[in-house]
Write a protein that binds this ligand. Structure first.
Ligand code: GDG
Length: 473
């Protein structure tokens, strides 16, 4: 049977749905939580589109199916491929390497060949459902070989790729065995989108240094002579939808209850992260623990709510990190808790989005302190949901710092300064915090997720030239 074909094809490591097995054994698919799915929905609305991705289980993939008006094509991964392509090369080689080697990157030759095989499988699957001349939007570090593998079989396609994570400086990228292969893989695209300008510049510099590719402005000339544009298109959130949720009477009521359940603290600090070593959770806890020990914060009147969503739990680095975080939480509470007063409220699970909005609305100060982060959507979500006089402490190493310039910016490696920044945010006059919050809200509104998606597609259509709107600026 031949498959239907589409003018827009999206490929990402994961499908936009999660599998759930009902009590009677039947399979149901539910829309995955998370920004990418929301973002892409706005692009796909009213268009016929296909999405290629892994279902999340090892074994034979289910047949393609339709869900929510979208044609979904599952890619199968064997147990070995989950270990080698996904946990190995993607999450234990590329992820640490692209995040400033916060933990050392592991290099294994068999991971690399598995990555190549999977990227070929994705390219074949895209080719199968792409109509002649279709637009293809590839996502993220798991699929860096797909652009050139796809172009080799389908030169008619317009191919774009967006990187959700940072692209490292060439001195770090150079450590990667077979590094040229990835660069050549990406240069199969027409347009490459990055979170911030520095990432795009790092990529172009890597091409110049390691492939001797000519670079002019944003444009790299690939070894086959094609011109490929690499530029920043910062991702965002659905501001309108989230704002509506955050300002609903139910959410505001729930925000009050959350504070009351914690004994109406004077200062409610908040951290929301995947449990990942890039997020700086340990540094944040260290700073908070010291502020309590120094007597700068009163453990009876202060709470830090830390939500840590479980992530990549089979990888050693993540298991070690979890132990370290839980030890730090235990130590802080052991030193400072009292009956009814628990200075750190640590929750290692995820919450429905309604509850998340209420938690954002309840907090006084959000601590978004990653050691390195492509963008960090939590920062933008907080700004959208928070009270007018709440404050955001934000790491300079998050892509979001480029847009949220009025946050209380910090270097999370510098624990003393981090402590000062946290207390500055807590102590600032409400008026000052309001001014900053207004300015950050404007910044988030000016670039919401719809704007992001349109900007990416416009750049892809216009590549290698600038899209008309941008060149007019
Ligand atoms: C990668 C890049 C880039 C978290 N806990 C819960 C929950 N979340 C949601 C947040 C937010 C998302 O997960 C996390 O997004 P981040 O941007 O903070 O981080 P990564 O997962 O590392 O994402 C990052 C992003 O891709 C997009 O390009 O910004 O730099 O690393 O939306 O709200 N959502 C719900 N319950 C939870 O408990 N419902």
């Amino acid at each position: 049977m031949t498959s239907p074909t589409f003018d827009l094809v999206i490929a990402a490591n994961r499908l936009p749905v999660d599998k759930e097995v009902a009590e009677d054994g039947s399979i149901e698919w539910h829309r995955s939580p998370g920004g990418l799915v929301t973002a892409m929905e706005s692009v796909m609305r009213g268009r016929e589109a296909a999405w290629i991705g892994w279902s999340g289980d090892a074994g034979d993939p289910p047949e393609p199916f339709e869900e929510n008006g979208m044609y979904l094509v599952p890619i199968g991964l064997s147990e070995d491929e989950v270990t080698n392509y996904y946990e190995g090369y993607s999450n234990d080689t590329l992820w640490p390497l692209y995040h400033d080697v916060i933990v050392p990157a592991t290099f294994r030759r068999r991971w690399r060949s598995s990555y190549e095989r999977l990227n070929q499988r994705f390219a074949d699957a895209v080719s199968e459902v792409a109509a002649p001349g279709a637009t293809v939007w590839l996502h993220d570090y798991q699929l860096q070989r797909v652009p050139s593998l796809l172009r080799a079989i389908r030169p008619d396609l317009r191919i774009g790729w967006f990187n959700h994570i940072p692209f490292p400086p060439v001195e770090i990228f150079m450590q990667l065995p077979g590094r040229e292969t990835l660069l050549e893989g990406l240069l199969g695209a027409d347009f490459l989108g990055f979170q911030v300008r520095a990432d795009a510049a790092n990529f172009r510099e890597a091409c110049r240094r390691l492939l001797r590719a000519p670079v002019k402005g944003d444009v790299v000339t690939a070894p086959d002579g094609r011109r490929v544009r690499a530029a920043a298109v910062p991702i965002s959130i659905d501001v309108e939808e989230l704002r509506e949720l955050a300002t609903s009477p139910e959410t505001l009521q729930r925000a009050k209850e959350i504070r009351a359940e914690m004994g109406d603290p004077e200062v409610l600090l908040l951290g929301v992260d995947r449990l990942d070593y890039t997020k700086g959770i340990r540094h944040r806890l260290k700073a908070y623990g010291e502020l309590l020990a120094d007597g700068r914060l009163d453990p009876r009147k202060t709470r830090l709510v830390q939500i840590a969503t479980p992530s990549r739990e089979r990888l050693q680095a993540y298991r070690v990190l979890r132990g370290q975080i839980e030890q730090a939480v235990g130590r802080i509470n052991g030193d400072h808790a009292d009956f009814g007063d628990t200075p750190v409220v640590y929750m290692r699970r995820s919450f429905p989005k309604e509850e998340m909005a209420a938690i954002y609305a309840a907090a006084d100060v959000a601590l978004v302190t990653p050691l390195r982060d492509g963008m960090n959507l939590v920062a933008k979500e907080f700004v959208t949901c928070a009270r007018d006089d709440a404050a955001l402490v934000l790491s300079e190493f998050a892509g979001a710092a480029g847009e949220l310039k009025r946050a209380y910016l910090c270097n999370p490696h510098d624990v003393d300064r981090l402590k000062q920044t946290i207390t500055a945010a807590i102590d600032a006059p409400a008026d000052e915090r309001r001014k900053r919050m207004r300015s950050m809200r404007r910044a988030v509104l000016a670039n919401d997720v719809h704007h992001w998606a349109e900007a990416f597609l416009a750049s892809l259509q216009a590549a290698p030239e600038l899209p008309a709107e941008e060149s007019a600026r």
